[in-house]
Design a protein around this ligand. Structure first.
Ligand code: HEM
Length: 404
């Protein structure tokens, strides 16, 4: 069988393009081919293939290979070697067991408990800027918004949000492409968070609260429970997977709506459109544009072989504009009766565990923004993070608004 590397494939550029160019490039390559070559390996671009690759257990999450992807050699530090692998990079029975145990703690009802706190956080962030009628939304709202919510969700005291923010910054260095240098900072942040969560777990075992950590402590399936190191790993996964994603998605949402006064007026007139608007904005401009898999064995798919070790990007953003699935994929449509099968939360066994929480956070923030801003528009150019960033959105979003 032909190896994927013997095919004459179009090349998907990832560097030196701005946000819109990168999206257009992916869409135009997708119009001619279901698969393209990238710096790392290959990328699949159509929704059916993206879903198939993410649901195929012969492809594993590439997070387990992050050291290799960053060209880091040598043995892992004792600390990281002794730790539980993250749910994000685990595979097989181990991953299935964990998802079975923890999924009941991540339902829409569990997320809805925190809507009052979400409303409070976003209102407090907006309040000081209302009189001015102007705000740089990324620095003032998007960046700080998710961390106090993760504290609340985990059941940590609200005043500890600064600690969580520091640890998140440290742990996120894992994605900066400079792993050799950043390792000590990543390890220090990860260790401090684990110590903090271990102490909180002890406390919650004695006095359970109405929070995720307490729920996870009591989760049980056929006599099986999570131990403290698994609870620490999950808390770190929630902090890592649930903060930068949400803040960038909120930035993407508002960058789009600030250029669409018609859509803003429509949402203000009919708030029942909010859940639909959030789904459509996740499709239209998602903060996670792709996720990478690695072939765990030689895999045959669509008549070609992906040799063991091949890195394959599932291009969520291209799948989200697939004309075979979406009529008028480049239109932002809050009304269409078509099912919204947006891919920004991924698919398959690693599909976003926090999707209900993310939806609640995005819906609540949009509700509050619609209540406060009668009109909103760009007050200057939007600047975007480089397209090479795994989790991506505006780096600055200056807005002018009239108060409702
Ligand atoms: C708009 C915000 C969010 C987006 C776009 C997003 C996107 C994603 C995507 C694409 C994946 C799959 C990654 C892969 O297949 O390699 C994922 C996994 C995950 N997400 Fe989210 N996420 C968001 C918010 C959250 C929140 C708020 C949480 C907090 C609980 C969270 C927790 C997780 C976890 C724990 C996983 C790993 C699941 C597993 O590997 O089994 N995410 N997310």
């Amino acid at each position: 069988m032909t190896s994927v590397f013997d095919l004459d494939l179009p090349v998907l550029k990832t560097d030196e393009l701005d946000r819109l160019e990168a999206l257009e490039e992916a869409n135009s390559v997708a119009a001619e081919s279901w698969i393209a070559r990238t710096d790392l390996g290959v990328a699949v671009l159509h929704q059916a293939d993206v879903a198939a690759i993410l649901r195929d257990r012969r492809f594993h999450s590439a997070l387990s290979r992050i050291r290799e992807m960053n060209g880091v050699e040598g043995p892992e530090s004792e600390f990281f070697a002794s730790r539980r692998p993250s749910i994000l990079s685990m595979e097989g029975d181990e991953h299935t067991r964990l998802r079975r145990l923890v999924s009941p703690a991540f339902t829409p009802a569990a997320a809805d408990r925190h809507r009052p706190a979400m409303r409070r956080v976003i209102s407090d962030l907006l309040e000081p800027h209302l009189a001015a009628g102007r705000i740089e939304l990324v620095a003032e709202v998007c960046e700080p918004y998710p961390i106090p919510i993760i504290c609340e969700v985990l059941g940590a005291p609200a005043e500890d949000w600064r600690l969580f923010s520091e640890w998140a910054t440290g742990i996120f260095k894992i994605f900066n492409g400079n792993l050799s240098e950043d390792y000590p900072a990543i390890e220090a942040a990860s260790r401090s968070l684990a110590d903090y969560i271990a102490a909180l777990v002890e406390q919650r075992r004695g006095t359970p609260g109405d929070d995720l950590l307490s729920d996870l402590i009591t989760m049980e399936s056929e006599g099986d429970r999570l131990d403290t190191s698994e609870l620490c790993m999950l808390a770190e996964a929630v902090l890592m997977a649930g903060t930068d994603t949400t803040r960038n998605q909120l930035g993407c949402l508002m960058a789009v709506l600030a250029t669409r006064p018609d859509r803003w007026a429509e949402l203000r007139a009919d708030r029942s459109l909010i859940p639909r608007a959030i789904e459509e904005s996740l499709r239209y401009l998602g903060a996670v544009r792709l996720t990478v898999r690695v072939a765990a064995e030689d895999v045959e798919y669509r008549g070609v072989t992906f040799p063991e070790g091949t890195f394959i990007s599932a291009h969520l953003a291209a799948a989200n504009r697939d004309p075979a699935v979406f009529e008028d994929p480049n239109e932002l449509d809050f009304h269409s009766s078509r099912p919204v099968e947006q891919m920004t939360f991924g698919s398959g066994i690693h599909r976003c565990l926090g999707a209900a929480l993310a939806r609640a956070e995005l819906q609540t923030s949009l509700e509050v923004l619609l209540e406060r801003f009668a009109t909103v528009e760009l007050a200057g150019p939007v600047t975007w993070k480089p397209p090479s960033f795994g989790i991506w959105g505006p780096s600055s979003l200056p807005l002018a608004f009239t108060v409702a």
